[in-house]
Write a protein that binds this ligand. Structure first.
Ligand SMILES: NC(=O)c1ccc[n+]([C@@H]2O[C@H](COP(=O)([O-])OP(=O)(O)OC[C@H]3O[C@@H](n4cnc5c(N)ncnc54)[C@H](OP(=O)(O)O)[C@@H]3O)[C@@H](O)[C@H]2O)c1
Length: 295
């Protein structure tokens, strides 16, 4: 990485994203800049101010408004960073829309898909080319992001797919929800499963194209699973959250991956949980009980 590095985290005014910004700000240097981004100006300004003035903070911390559902805004921010800094060193696509247990999953589908999936595609497309040698581009997914969590009828949509094909699969899923055909086509009711599988598939698609070049320059593109984290989004889903990590605890393994000196080729393009790659084909479609236990 260069001596003056630029890091950016989406959905970073609270939860895991904020803990990632705090950790980057503490572990990067005074010449480095960490951009705390989120959709609401007041919330990102307040959070960036607090992190910037935390005793552990060493890097510069700035707020930037970025509603990730505005894909033009994602592209504009990338263009702006290219013009001002020539590139970017760390990008974490982390934002998620909060869906509560009482919400109708189908009624929330558009927002959920836009925040998790359309945004991931936009970040990969806009920031991938901007990543400097030695950089890190991570998409926060979850352990539900392996293919085996989907009905076997859907595997062909995501396995070894290009980014365009993943995007098509996501829009097919969205359309099936709108037309009341999702269940008959094998899509689970619970949005988080296809969404996380699609995020990992999108990372795998882009990684397949740039693997050799990235590994030669010590650059990492990967999806990450933070494990169970006690945040405002996950808490309503836990029957028992005594085993959940704090956002700071969950951020630690992700920060280790970001700040590692070298890239482990076994992790490149994979879904990484606590420093280990999860098998893409693993998992079984979740039951109702799983739905209650895993955010
Ligand atoms: N918590 C867990 O147990 C767990 C487990 C596995 C994976 N994950 C993943 O970890 C990531 C972070 O989750 P979390 O639990 O930390 O969630 P969280 O505390 O609810 O934080 C979500 C963040 O995303 C932001 N956001 C929502 N819509 C946005 C938009 N349109 N544009 C930009 N930002 C937006 C929220 O901003 P506002 O404050 O403005 O709403 C908030 O800052 C997600 O990808 C999630 O799927 C979490």
């Amino acid at each position: 990485m260069t001596t003056s590095r630029i890091a950016l985290v989406t959905g970073a005014n609270q939860g895991l994203g904020r803990a990632l910004v705090e950790g980057l700000a503490a572990r990067m240097g005074p010449d480095d800049l960490v951009l705390l981004t989120g959709r609401n100006r007041q919330r990102v300004t307040d959070a960036a101010h607090e992190v910037a003035h935390a005793p552990s903070t060493r890097a510069r911390v700035e707020a930037a408004v970025l509603d990730v559902t505005d894909t033009d805004a994602v592209a504009r921010l990338a263009d702006d960073l290219r013009a001002r800094h020539g590139g970017v060193d760390v990008v974490v696509s982390n934002a998620v829309a909060r869906v509560l247990p009482g919400d109708s999953q189908s009624a929330r589908a558009d927002e959920f898909i836009d925040v998790s999936n359309s945004a991931t595609h936009a970040v990969l497309r806009s920031f991938g080319p901007l990543l400097r040698p030695g950089g890190r581009l991570l998409v926060v997914a979850s352990s539900l992001g392996t293919l085996g969590h989907l009905d076997a009828r859907l595997h062909g949509l995501f396995d070894e797919a290009s980014l365009d094909q993943v995007e098509y699969a996501v829009e097919s899923w969205r359309s099936a929800i709108h037309h009341g055909r999702a269940t008959e086509q094998g899509w689970p009711l619970w949005l988080n499963v296809p969404s996380k599988v699609a995020q990992v598939a999108a990372v795998r698609a882009v990684a397949a194209d740039r693997r050799e070049r990235d590994l030669a320059s010590g650059t990492l593109l990967a999806a990450v699973c933070p494990g169970m984290v006690d945040t405002a989004t996950s808490r309503p889903w836990f029957e028992d959250y005594s085993h959940a990590q704090s956002p700071e605890q969950a951020a630690a393994a992700v920060l280790d991956l970001i700040l590692a000196e070298r890239v482990d080729p076994a992790l490149y393009g994979e879904l990484v949980r606590f420093g280990e790659a999860l098998d893409w084909h693993s998992g079984t479609p979740p039951t109702e009980q799983d739905r209650l236990l895993t955010p």
